[in-house]
Design a protein around this ligand. Sequence first.
Ligand code: HAM
Length: 412
Amino acid sequence: MSKIQSVRGTKDIYSSVMRSYNHIINEARLVAELFGYEEASFPIFEKAEVFSRPLGVASDVVSKETYTFEDRGGEKITLRPEGTAGVIRSIISEGKINDLPLRLFYSGPMFRYERPQKGRLRQFFQIGIESIGNHGPLEDAEVISCGARLLKRLGFQRDCVLNINSLGDAESRALYRKSLVDYFSKNLEKLSKLSQSRLSLNPLRILDSKEPQDEEVIFKAPLFSSYLNNLSIDHFEKVKSFLDSSGIEYSHNEKLVRGLDYYSHTTFEFITTRLGSQGTVLGGGRYDGLSEMLGGPSIPAVGFAAGVDRLVMLTANLEENSTILSILPVEEENFEYCYNLLNIFRENDIKCEIFEGGNLSKNLKKISKKNRKLVIIVGDEEIQNKQVILKDLSTGEQIKIQETDILEKINV
Ligand code: HAM
C-alpha cells in the first residue's frame, strides 16, 4: 500500500524543535502574567458565523482561507483561523460581561487554507492576549508593551521593528473609505485584478496589496491621518506618548491596515527581516466593534497574537541534555531486575526509560543520539555483585555503584 503523507501546510514537531515551541509558549505565559493576564482556553472550532461576521465575508481569511464544513448534525462549523472572535463569542455567550474587565492569555493551533511557504502554514500556532473591557489608550500601549517585552525576553528585540497606525473610530473610517473608493475608482485600470475585485467589498485592503502593479497607485493614495476626527487623533497621540514614556520605539506606518476587518483605532505589527516575506511575528490592535458584530453589547477591547512557528524559526534549536535516565539491560535475563529499578526511580520522581536488550554499543549510540546524558547498564555480573554501571555519555566516564547507593549517586 502507498505511504500516507502529511497534509500540505502542516508540520510534525519533534524533540528540540518541540522544546523551542514549549519555551516560547512558556515565556509568553510568564510575560502575560507579568501584565496581569490569566490563562484561558477556547474551542478549536466554532459556528462559522463567529468568524464570517466579524472578519468580514469579503476578507481573505473568510472568503478563501477558512476550513468550513457541515458537521454530521448539519451545523456549519469553522476551524478557528484566529483566536479573537472566539474569545468575544465566549464573553457574550458565557455571561462574562459582568466580570469585565478581563485580561486573557491563550495559546493553540489555528487553521488557514493559505498557500504554504516559509513561515506560512495551514495549521500554525499562536499565543495571544485579549484585554476586554478597557477603552483607554493606556490599554493599547500596555498591550503593545506586553508584545515588546515578550520579544525582548526571547532575545528578538533587535530583529524586530514595530509599526503602528490608527484606523480611527467608525466615523473616521467611513470618511476615509469614501475617499479611498473615489480615488481607486479614478485609477481603476492601473490596479491589479485582485485589487479591482477588492474595491467594492474591502477598499482598505488594497493598501495592503503586495502586487507590484499596485505600488504607484497606493503610494499616491489619500492618507488615513487626514481623515481621523479629533477623538481618534487624541486617542492615537496618547498611545504614542505612553509608548514614548516606556522607551518603546515605533514607526507610524499609514498603510498598516491588517488583514482582519474588525479593527478600529490602534493597529500594530512587529516585523522582522529575518524571515523573508512572512516577517510579521506579532500583530494586533483595538477592536471595539467586534462584540456588536457578534450580537453582544458594545465592549471595548484590544489584543495581539504572535505566530509561534515564526518565533521558533528565529530561535536557535534548544539542544539540551535530556534529564531522562536510560536503563539498559545487557541480556533479556536482566529485564526483571531493571524493571524493578524503573519502579524505584519513578517512586522517587526520577524520569527514566528502559531500552530493550541487544547489541550494547548500538544501543549506547541510539541513546546518545537522543541527547540522553546518563545510562545505567545492568548485566549478569552486576546483578550478582548487587551493583550497576552508571555511564555519563557526555564525558564517556563510567563507574560501578552499589545497588543501595543508586538513589544517592544519581543526579539528574
Ligand atoms: P494575524 O495578524 O492574522 O492576527 O495573526 C497573528 C500572527 O499569527 C501573525 O503575525 C503571524 O505571526 C501568525 N500567522 C498568521 N497566519 C499564519 C500562517 N498561515 N502561518 C504561520 N503563522 C501565521 C490575528 O490572528 C489576530 N487575532 C490578532 C489579534 C488579537 N488582534 C487582536 N487581538
